[in-house]
Write a protein that binds this ligand. Structure first.
Ligand SMILES: NC(=O)C1=CN([C@@H]2O[C@H](COP(=O)(O)OP(=O)(O)OC[C@H]3O[C@@H](n4cnc5c(N)ncnc54)[C@H](OP(=O)(O)O)[C@@H]3O)[C@@H](O)[C@H]2O)C=CC1
Ligand SMILES: O=C(O)C1=N[C@H](C(=O)O)C[C@H](O)C1
Length: 245
């Protein structure tokens, strides 16, 4: 049985990628929505909502998902701290939500490996994160990088102030307890993420390169199918893939 979806952001790069893979992945877009459209237009025919739109829009889609008791997959990135809090308080304990900055199997494996590597390597290895995206991307760092930073902060027990975005000028020697984050924008790069663990005499680099948006699209549809019937709560793609230790 194909899952009937409301797709918010249907004419964007990700919306087009999801429409292209839906049928082969047991899903059907029964309501397609973009800026200026009414997301309620065919909502009663929908069994789940997928949002790949813009950070300012997700909170209202979350409210609609709660009102209609529909599972929600959030792919949009770039939310402010206030927007994140609003979305969380809207959905909290009411509907199943999958919220991930990256729906690819590869990046979620990278998340898992990053946690493992940090545990093995410890504080003698200094972590840095590099992300690269196409010139249309509006937010930085990427949602994927935000998750990698969260994992590293947790593993190294670091605070927000110890995350440094880019470096410029006389910044001094790198403190041992720091995570450097760097964003490259240009051309048509679909999305690349590297976590560096820089040690004394050696360096480990864990890299994921996306070459086709279908990997995010397939993951998002998989997440929507997984969310149907789940206990209300906020899950991530690592939960969907069973990658949590
Ligand atoms: N989690 C993941 O795996 C991934 C996440 N992303 C994230 O997904 C988001 C979308 O990316 P991408 O498709 O490249 O971006 P695009 O800019 O190509 O598409 C965004 C879409 O959202 C629509 N939109 C804007 N405002 C509204 C609104 N008020 N209501 C409904 N739709 C609206 C736009 O419509 P219009 O053109 O009419 O304004 C457009 O169709 C970004 O935040 C990106 O970072 C991207 C790839 C993977
Ligand atoms: O905007 C994009 O294109 C992407 N956004 C996501 C992010 O912010 O991490 C995922 C992917 O890297 C592509």
């Amino acid at each position: 049985m194909s899952l009937k979806l409301l797709l918010n952001g249907s004419r964007g790069r990700m919306g087009i990628a999801i429409s292209a893979i839906a049928q082969d992945n047991n899903a059907e877009i029964v309501s397609a929505c973009d800026a200026g459209d009414d997301p309620r237009a065919n909502i009663d025919a929908c069994e789940a909502i997928i949002d790949f739109s813009f950070h300012e829009v997700t909170a209202s889609i979350a409210a609609l998902a709660v009102e209609k008791n529909l599972p929600l997959v959030i792919g949009t990135t770039g939310h402010t701290a206030e927007e994140k809090a609003q979305i969380l308080s809207t959905v909290d304990g009411k509907i199943p939500v999958v919220w991930a900055g990256n729906y690819s199997v590869g990046v979620n494996t990278l998340n898992y490996l990053t946690r493992k590597a940090a545990t093995i390597l410890g504080e003698q290895y200094e972590p840095e994160v590099l992300e690269m995206h196409h010139h249309h991307k509006k937010d930085a760092p990427s949602g994927t990088a935000e998750r990698l930073i969260e994992i590293l902060k947790d593993s190294y027990q670091l605070a927000d102030e110890q995350v440094v975005h880019g470096r410029e000028g006389l910044v001094g020697a790198r403190p041992r307890k720091e995570i450097g984050v760097h964003a490259i924008r240009g051309g048509d790069i679909v999305g690349e993420h590297t976590v560096y663990f820089c040690g004394d005499g050696e360096r480990i680099e864990l890299t994921h390169r996306a070459t086709d948006r279908k990997i995010f699209a397939q993951g998002a549809v998989r997440a929507a199918q997984w969310a149907v019937g789940k206990t209300p709560g906020v899950y991530n793609m690592e939960d969907v893939l069973g990658l949590v230790d």
